[in-house]
Design a protein around this ligand. Sequence first.
Ligand code: AMP
Ligand code: GLY
Length: 415
Amino acid sequence: MNILLIGSGGREHAMAFKLSQNPKVKKIYCAKGNGGTAMENKCENIKEKTIEELLKFAKENEIYITIVGPEELLIKGIVDEFNKEGLKIFGPSKKSACLEGSKDFSKRFMKKYGILTAEYESFTFAPKALEYLKDCIYPCVIKADGMAAGKGVVICNSFKEAEKVIYDFMIDDIFNGYGKKVVIEEFLEGVEASILSITDGDTLIPFISAKDHKQIFDNNQGPNTGGMGVIAPNPFVTDTVMKEFKESILKPTLRGLKEERIEFKGFLFFGLMITKKGVYLLEYNVRLGDPETQAILPLMKSDFYDAICSAYSGKLKGFEIKWEDKNSCALVISSLGYPCKYNTGFNITLDENIDGNVFISGGTLEGKDLKTSGGRVISLVTLGNDLEDSIKRCYKEVNKISFKDMYYRKDIGLI
Ligand code: AMP
Ligand code: GLY
């Protein structure tokens, strides 16, 4: 079987690595992939980018199934376009992708199906939003309704801060229309957890829980990033939390998908906040997380490709995903300056005997040289017999990686 895998980050490198382990998989075309997938077993990078180009490629290259990594093309409706042409593709339809693509849509869905989530109001008219913000409790959270490249959520501590956000999003329109509608939300205090899952629309199997570390600096300081490190399982996701998640979030989500006739075959990511008042759902993502995927897939004992095929054909019921009885630590190594300005083009040196997985995010292969090309460059993943062991191994192995302007947090899993 040939697979077309869309995406170019560390998540896609980890997916390619795991998919390549199935003997039925002959070739994985990565669009556009990166320096990591360029070197991965059975993989070849291709340049096709748009839905049209990808469709044409799938038709001409005997692609058995297309798997989509990032949300952008899902939200644009790539699944509907492939389905129209009778091509197999694993991911949610355009309508279902609104669970991630529109904060207002997902909040309405959560409320309608009784899923515990922060209280909120939506606004399309800036003066109304400002009026509401005058009397609201601070901190509050303002979210651009649409795709905002990870910059659409701002926690505001005062009316003055909130006013600026409303001007930026709704009046100055910094997100080209995607911030013209905003959701203003109650601020929740607690511990975050990521639960990734696979679903065929009928059955949903949660993966091992994970804990992301979003801020750039140690002690959770500085601006938010795409994620600087992950531990899995998440020590705060106790059996009680998992039970509550399954009863009050997972089950009503599945009920909602069915009642709304939202066809969903793909990955669904639940962003949770574990609070003193219960387990809240902050957001859905209609894809796997990055860097959660890098930490989680090396723990998966079952075959990833078989899980996807079972979900695609609606046969996830009865499929069991088995996990290693181990802990995983994924450390993201970035270019100094990320998530703001940074330089790229530096040679990456990797020792041959690294005891772990090296998943490339922002690195390209130029001839035989691997060079930095992005903010997040590498996810280094180590497994251990317990959390401490996995972390200790990660910080030992990281010394075998070097490039100019290399940066990483020193407290992944310790905070
Ligand atoms: P979202 O894209 O909705 O997950 O928001 C991005 C990040 O903002 C989350 O991972 C949280 O760290 C934070 N966040 C979002 N909503 C809230 C909330 N209601 N209370 C506290 N923090 C939040
Ligand atoms: N690590 C969070 C995300 O993938 O959205």
